[in-house]
Design a protein around this ligand. Structure first.
Ligand code: GDP
Ligand code: IMO
Ligand code: MG
Length: 453
């Protein structure tokens, strides 16, 4: 039995909160893509945890796995594990030996590529998190990556570094114009320094028994009857294949990524539950089009400010204010089709309470035609005009009691809004988020309790 949690919009939909909620019913929580670009928030009884690499089951004490599809920065991983230990948790994290390692030069290259794009004023700056995610996946595809398994064998690590580092240095110097030796980044391109630090990480990973053959590990856990929760990071519209390229991350947050990024068969993932996490409006941290963005006039900007303040819409990883837009159904239809959602969780309905108006984009108008899903090119998507349907807003109520009492206790206008969304997306509502805390969720279906899947 597996449950896969997928971001259905642009990331930050509240995936961490649902992984934490249902993580109590799982035995293993597996991240299958991305790295420390993710920022997943778990709130338990008022205590807030912001997790970037440690899977969100950690707050429940569930075993966490970073699958082969992830890119792992060991510096961040150990800092995060140590920080959680100081707060009294004991995260049990296993890392796939096939996962790729983010090295310091990947971060440097991520930064300078973005800086160059900004200076050129080319309009192609992505606004990445600067964590080296893209450059690490580039090296993976370019067959010059260093994998977690390589950290465990000093001779192999040195050989790999001696091949990769001079090539990366040439890129930094010749293509990006960085004077490596004269910059603050010399150590990031120094084979000896990298060898020293990263063989040390290898020793710690080995000593703590943290590395696994991910496919084999999960196969055995499943054979023993364990329940697996796949924790997607990012979201469908920033998926490298299905998102609005090039304003995307470099991995596959969509459900297919769970199979590829963990070594569990597609039939297993597909026989389980796939839950799309939906924010009741949109937020976006990086660059790229956003047809329903609330930035057209003073009224819209005031609405965006109100939502941003009420929803705490500032990036978990970078602290950047998130751009805000109305819920976009063409985007959700696309997400539901790409991942095959069996259910959805709609978060942040408390944030929408008492807004002066409330809209949902049902379709787009593009070149005089009405379309109901996202165009394949960013240039066409940018030209789409949203077609809106107005909804009645709802009052702010005692959301904690609503969470206790259940779905029927939600304001009538909230239920009308939710039922409209569900019909359009063709997937049942499993949960409604009415606040950040684990308990602030109206649960209709616990996907682990669904039978017949
Ligand atoms: P993730 O990346 O998808 O895990 O989401 P983030 O943690 O980056 O951002 C979601 C933010 O919204 C966090 O601060 C959560 O604590 C918070 N959150 C999650 N669900 C809800 C909800 O239903 N209502 C409110 N008000 N906040 C929520
Ligand atoms: P979670 O898991 C929201 C965005 C960045 C940028 C683009 C590429 O918390 O939902 P990258 O550093 O990945 O190369 O940046 O993707 N981005 C996210 N936006 N939530 C995230 O993760 C994100 N991870 C990356 O802002 O636009
Ligand atoms: Mg986040």
């Amino acid at each position: 039995m597996t449950v896969t949690i997928v971001g259905s919009q642009l990331g930050d939909e509240g995936k961490g909160a649902l992984v934490d909620r249902w993580g109590g019913d799982a035995d293993v929580v597996v991240r299958y893509q991305g790295g420390d670009n993710a920022g997943h928030t778990v709130v338990e009884g008022g205590a807030e945890y912001k997790l970037s690499l440690v899977p969100s089951g950690a707050v429940r004490g569930t075993v966490g796995v970073l699958g082969n599809g992830c890119v792992v920065n060991p510096r961040t991983l150990f800092e995060e594990i140590d920080g959680l230990r100081e707060r009294g948790l004991d995260p049990d994290v296993r890392v796939a030996r096939r996962a790729h390692v983010i090295l310091p030069y990947h971060r440097v290259l991520d930064g300078i590529e973005e800086d160059r794009k900004a200076e050129d004023d080319s309009g192609v700056e992505v606004g990445t998190t600067g964590r080296g995610i893209g450059p690490t996946y580039e090296d993976k595809a370019g067959r010059r990556g260093i994998r977690v398994g390589d950290l465990l064998d000093p001779a192999v690590l040195r050989e790999r570094l001696e091949y990769a580092v001079p090539r990366k240095r040439t890129v930094a110097e010749a293509a990006c114009g960085l004077d490596v030796a004269g910059s603050d980044h010399a150590a990031a391109f120094d084979v000896d320094a990298l060898y020293e630090e990263f063989s040390g990480f290898g020793e710690r990973l080995d000593k703590d028994g943290m590395t696994i053959n991910c496919s084999d590990f999960l196969h055995r856990r499943r054979a023993a009857g364990d329940r697996i929760l796949f924790e997607g990071a990012q979201g469908t519209s920033i998926d490298v294949d299905h998102g609005n390229y090039p304003f995307v991350t470099s991995s596959n947050p969509t459900a297919g990524g769970a199979a590829v990024g963990s070594g569990v068969g597609v039939t297993t993932v597909g026989a389980g539950e796939v839950v799309g996490i939906v924010k009741g409006y949109l937020s976006r941290v990086g660059a790229g089009p956003l047809p329903t963005e609330l930035d057209g006039d003073d009224h819209e900007e005031a609405l965006a400010d109100e939502i941003r303040e009420k929803g705490g819409e500032f990036g978990t990883v970078t602290g950047r204010p998130r751009r805000i837009g109305w819920l976009d159904l063409p985007m959700l239809r696309h997400a539901s089709r790409v991942s095959g959602f069996t259910g959805i969780a709609v978060n942040h309905v408390d944030v929408l309470a008492e807004l002066p108006d409330l809209r949902v984009c049902t379709d787009y108008e593009l070149d005089g035609e009405r379309i109901d899903t996202v165009p394949t090119t960013t240039e066409r998507w940018e030209r789409c005009d949203p077609v809106y349907r107005e909804f009645e807003t709802w009052p702010s109520v005692d959301w904690a009691s609503v969470a206790d009492e259940g779905y029927d206790a939600l304001p009538a206008a909230t239920r009308i809004y939710l039922e409209f969304v569900v019909d359009e997306v063709d997937a049942a509502v499993y949960a409604v988020g009415v606040g950040p805390d684990r308990e602030a969720t109206v649960e209709l279906v616990n996907p682990f309790e669904r039978t017949g899947r």
